[in-house]
Design a protein around this ligand. Structure first.
Ligand code: PEP
Ligand code: MN
Length: 365
């Protein structure tokens, strides 16, 4: 993908600002599509989105209006002058979307997990100059996401982009889909020129959290957002809980704060340099502390082996964890973070002691 210049499509559509794609989760009726289109255009969105074929988790739910919705999108485009975007999940969808002059085709999270499906879509797209956006696969697998993007790039699509919509998880969490920000950040590091768009609607699952997630993404230098917007969200036929109204979108867009990604102010640069040096020194110390900790763990591992004591000691582990949490709280460090960190440390500690046991076992044979 290194030769793809992504054709600078982002700037052509959104100028130097944040790209905003907005519209309903699903096209429901012609009136709903047209009214939403007018609303999101007025709010400042650049591209109108709508799902025409909906991938539903279980059968029996509303599965999209089908090809008729493409005609409504065409009408919305004629009336408002907005570009249009729909999800495509197979070559037939691509063919119909192209026939109806849809400008942006996106591949959904349930499709980008499947290389066969993506390859077929890539085949149907070959030779087209449309914008193609690939959502992250539902599972947190950067290689699979990149693979899907590469398949589309290899079909000659130059106007390519990625959409981060979060990752499915069994964890109890405040999100519908876990953001795992490091994954899109890694993608952006690998392909800095490729536009990266955030979908706060599918991450949050709740309209009241859409703004915060979008703002976090913008702070992380995402290039755009895709926000599900509906004229009557409460009565939407899909994703009712997470859609905002065009008025809410209109209020939201001017509030987005775009950070500078480069610093030119010499005083600020100087302060950065000092603080970064201090952080680097602390990091060196941190690694040294971990090395000291490791030495102690190996020593205790040797004693446990000698005396035939079990490696895992539940009471001791709970004691370590509780002390760390108490300490964290006293020092105003996030409790969850410390808990995760200590779980990782404990996991490593068990591994190190197993290695000690194995080494001593081999020696004794
Ligand atoms: C959607 O954008 O409406 C959609 C179905 O999203 P995802 O593929 O991210 O679940
Ligand atoms: Mn949706």
């Amino acid at each position: 993908m290194t030769h793809t210049n992504f054709n600078n499509w982002l700037e052509q559509v959104a100028g130097k600002g944040i790209l905003v794609i907005a519209g309903p989760c699903s096209a429901e009726t012609e009136e709903q599509v047209l009214a939403t289109a007018r609303g999101v255009k007025q709010a400042g969105a650049h591209i109108l989105r709508a799902g025409i074929w909906k991938p539903r988790t279980r059968p029996g739910n509303f599965e999209g209006v089908g090809a008729i919705g493409l005609k409504w999108m065409q009408r919305a485009k004629q009336e408002t002058g907005m570009m249009t975007a729909v999800e495509v999940a197979n070559p037939h969808h691509v063919e119909l979307a192209l026939q109806h002059d849809i400008d942006v085709l996106w591949i959904g999270a349930r499709t980008s997990v499947n290389p066969f499906a993506v390859q077929e879509i890539a085949g149907a797209l070959r030779g087209s100059d449309k914008i193609v956006l690939v959502k992250n696969p539902i599972n947190p697998d950067l290689a699979l996401w990149i693979g899907a993007l590469e398949r589309i790039a290899k079909a000659g699509i130059e106007k390519l982009g990625a959409i981060h919509r979060g990752f499915s998880s069994y964890k109890k969490m405040p999100y519908r889909n876990e953001p795992l920000w490091q994954i899109p950040i890694d993608l952006k590091t690998r392909f800095p020129a490729m536009p990266l768009i955030n979908d706060p609607s599918h991450i949050s699952g709740k309209r009241e959290n859409v703004f915060d997630i979008a703002q976090t993404a913008i702070q992380l230098l995402f290039d755009g957002v895709m926000i599900e917007t509906h004229i009557d969200p409460e009565n939407a036929w899909s994703d009712a809980r997470q859609q905002v109204t065009p008025d809410m979108l209109k209020e939201m867009i001017p509030k987005f704060v775009t950070p500078k990604d480069k610093v030119f102010n010499p005083d600020l640069l100087k302060s950065f340099k000092i603080l970064r040096k201090e952080i680097d020194d602390l990091d060196t110390e941190l690694v040294q502390l971990l090395k000291n900790r490791q030495d102690k763990i190996e020593a205790i591992g040797r004693l446990k082996f000698k005396e035939n004591v079990a490696i895992y000691q539940k009471e001791r582990w709970l004691d370590i964890l509780n002390k760390a949490i108490k300490n964290a709280e006293e020092n105003n460090i996030n409790r969850k973070f410390i808990e995760q960190l200590f779980r990782l440390l404990h996991q490593e500690s068990l591994k190190l002691q197993h290695q000690v046991f194995n080494a001593l076992n081999t020696k004794n044979k």
